[in-house]
Design a protein around this ligand. Structure first.
Ligand SMILES: Cc1cc2nc3c(=O)[nH]c(=O)nc-3n(C[C@H](O)[C@H](O)[C@H](O)COP(=O)(O)O)c2cc1C
Length: 354
């Protein structure tokens, strides 16, 4: 299993360049999970307790998923499943293959437990993504596709770019996340206005084979803008919202916090939970929210659930705390459910609102 596996299993906090460390981790997970012995080892080491829940028309073994951006090209899907995730969001993928911004473009602040990235949707493009997904054996857990816009596509044609990707990949995934909230593609976040969002959702719906469509939003929008997007998405038949993407705001300006890009990890946690609560209150808890942003522990996860998220995702804590954080968070949630005398995790959703 080699060095790569150990790198993945351990927190990726060496002095190695962040992006290189990330690549190695994915490669080692891919190699390890290729063989049944490797999958057995991963499951033995990492498998969490069961914490079943129903949402978006699926039965999940647990509510914790892999956030977008970690496995941009569907390289290690079986590996993520073996590590115990309840679902996976693969991508972001764009219609056209693109190399993203110049390197370095991923920075880590151990002090702030935060990452800053300005990757710029580096990905293999929708054709190669469809082929990678086609070659992956059917997983036991739902796989959602995070869809972005190619840099070369003009903003006025953005909806066609999203639609093309969904059309090419729809057979192979269980649902779609429309990403209009990454800060690293010029003008992408401008698509979070009424007309553009309507156009994109309408186009994506044509090709989604009636599978769930969710919209991922930025934490940097004003609350009224967030609620406007929620209303539009809901009215157009979307299945829920992903809150939130990374933020361009910073808790301080010490290097590398002064780097341009989207910030994730601990400093994002409070605003992300605030957005979840805002949406849950607005929709009276009746609309699925996938909560993501700064979750490191079962306590953080519980806070998001009790404020209205029915599913959760993580990215940054995998980098700082390793793959063991999946089990730690899920088992911690399971314990809280038991201690509270609840019948299941679904009963905890929105508990803090009641
Ligand atoms: C390097 C990196 C790349 C990301 N790429 C994407 C992406 O392609 N699409 C997307 O919607 N979110 C992307 N994200 C945002 C994450 O999915 C997530 O919303 C964010 O990191 C907050 O979660 P966390 O605090 O647990 O990391 C990316 C995040 C990082 C750190």
């Amino acid at each position: 299993m080699g060095l790569g596996f150990r790198l993945f299993a351990r927190p990726i906090v060496s002095l190695m360049d962040s992006e290189k460390a990330h690549k190695r981790a994915i490669t080692s997970l891919k190699l390890t999970s290729k063989f049944s012995l490797g999958r057995f080892v991963l499951k033995t080491l990492y498998r969490p307790k069961k914490l079943p829940c129903d949402s978006l028309g699926f039965k999940f073994d647990n509510p914790l998923g892999l956030a977008a951006g970690m496995d941009k090209n569907a390289d290690a899907l079986i590996g993520w499943q073996s590590l115990g995730f309840g679902f996976i969001e693969v991508g972001g993928v764009t219609e056209h293959e693109q190399s993203g911004n110049v390197k370095p473009r991923m920075f880590r602040s151990n002090k702030n437990k935060a990452l800053i990235n300005r990757m710029g949707f580096n990905n293999v493009g929708s054709l190669k993504m469809a082929s990678a997904l086609e070659k992956t054996p059917k997983l036991d857990i739902p796989v959602f596709l995070n869809v972005g816009k190619s840099k070369i596509t003009e903003i006025k044609n953005a909806h066609l770019d999203y639609g093309k990707t969904v059309k090419r990949c729809s057979k192979y995934v269980d649902g779609f996340i429309i990403n209009v909230s990454s800060p690293n593609t010029p003008n992408l976040r401008d698509l979070q206005n009424r007309d553009d969002i309507e156009r994109i959702i309408t186009e994506v719906k044509q090709y989604s084979e009636n599978k769930p469509i969710l919209v991922k939003i930025s934490p940097d929008l004003a609350n009224e803008q967030i609620l406007a997007i929620v209303d539009i998405s809901k009215n157009l038949g979307c299945s829920g919202i992903v809150a939130t993407n990374t933020t361009t705001s910073r808790p301080n300006s010490e290097p590398p916090m002064n780097e341009t890009g989207g910030l994730s990890g601990e400093p994002l946690r409070v605003r992300s939970t605030e957005v979840i609560r805002l949406i849950a209150d607005h929709t009276d808890g009746s609309w699925p929210i996938i909560g993501v942003g700064g979750i490191t522990s079962a306590d953080d996860a519980w806070e998001k659930i009790t404020n209205g998220a029915c599913l959760l995702q993580i990215y940054s804590t995998l980098v700082f705390n390793g793959a063991g954080s999946i089990k730690q968070i899920i088992n911690g949630l399971e314990k809280k459910v038991r201690n509270e005398g609840l019948s299941g995790i679904s009963e905890a959703v929105g508990l803090a609102r009641r």
